[in-house]
Design a protein around this ligand. Sequence first.
Ligand code: NI
Length: 185
Amino acid sequence: MILPIYTYGQAVLRKEAEDITLDYPNLKELLDNMIETMQKAEGVGLAAPQIGLPIRVVVIDLDVISEDLPEYKGFIHAFINGHILEESEETELMDEGCLSLPGIHESVRRAKSVHVAYLDENLQPHDEWVDGYLARVIQHEFDHLEGHMFIDHLGTLRKQMIKGKLRDLMSGKVRCSYRTKLIKK
Ligand code: NI
């Protein structure tokens, strides 16, 4: 089932998300719905707060970019109760967008690699360093779990430049190809 994506201005996007218990009801169905919603919207990642749930559940699909980055062929995974434990000192700039911020794309500086702990879709625990494009997407998606969005990382000037677009999103002026849940006016 395709779920509406909450856009900028929704309070849940600014909430710190909580770990779930392993008997969370209908977890498999939730993951399936999140993956379907992400793919329909042509995103590479989706965090549960973006569908209105303040829980630490993220799905990532890098199979869609595997033509350019073949190491991610077939990479469609869930990250449950994920936490970033350490970040590399080395950083890099990369362009980012977000399904909750349609129409906004900005360059964001992030760590090149991160040490993460999470459970996968089979509830198997992982504790590992990841790098490359996956490290970038994990940092973006796990930010959502802290109530952060990529625009929080921008400098004062860039923040100023996107003010009008944010105001439009807040007032419900959203143009995108997928279903969204706008803030109530
Ligand atoms: Ni996002």
